[in-house]
Design a protein around this ligand. Structure first.
Ligand SMILES: Cc1ncc(C[n+]2csc(CCOP(=O)(O)OP(=O)(O)O)c2C)c(N)n1
Ligand SMILES: [Mg+2]
Length: 155
């Protein structure tokens, strides 16, 4: 994510309040701390802010909350939903003729969610060429190996 934000994404503190930019949606919301480290590197908040992770009353919840944390595009944590939101954002950009890209990161275990099928079918139907979906193919889900069904989806 550090490489993506530094080298590829058109997302910065200066353009975040505008829709004239790329979007990134962390569909596997339980990886929130990885996103927060990246947002810190991009200057969305100070280093000290990172120490508030998961504290009572924090603005840095373990799963990203767009209403709490600067730089977060979408509230995620319920697996399967982020990819659907990303598809909707990419479709909106296409309708507007905007040149921007929408990126999302999904887990390989998350691919078990039925919702992601509908998102994939929608994206294909509308030929969303500016939607980029990364799969974190780590062969694990939570504390065990990936279900065989999810492996088939990746193949
Ligand atoms: C709809 C939904 N069901 C269950 C969970 C609980 N949950 C959190 S992480 C996780 C495992 C997901 O596996 P994967 O996407 O491969 O992520 P990884 O463990 O590799 O980080 C599950 C089932 C959830 N967050 N949302
Ligand atoms: Mg996994």
């Amino acid at each position: 994510m550090a490489a993506l934000y530094e080298e590829i994404l058109d997302i910065a503190v200066q353009n975040f309040s505008s829709k004239e930019r790329d979007h990134f949606i962390l569909s596997k919301g339980h990886a929130g701390p990885a996103l927060y480290s990246t947002l810190y590197l991009k200057g969305f908040f100070d280093h000290d802010f990172l120490w508030s992770l998961n504290r009572n009353g924090t603005h840095l919840t373990s799963h990203p909350d767009r209403n709490l944390t600067p730089g977060v595009d979408t509230t995620t944590g319920s697996l399967g939903q982020g990819i659907s939101v990303a598809t909707g954002v990419a479709y909106a950009k296409k309708i507007e003729g905007a040149p921007y890209f929408t990126y999302t990161l999904v887990g390989d275990g998350e691919l078990n969610e039925g919702q992601r099928w509908e998102a994939a079918q929608f994206a294909a139907h509308h030929e969303l060429s500016h939607l980029i979906v990364f799969v974190d193919d780590n062969k694990k889900q939570l504390d065990g190996p990936l279900l065989k069904s999810a492996k088939l989806l990746i193949l």
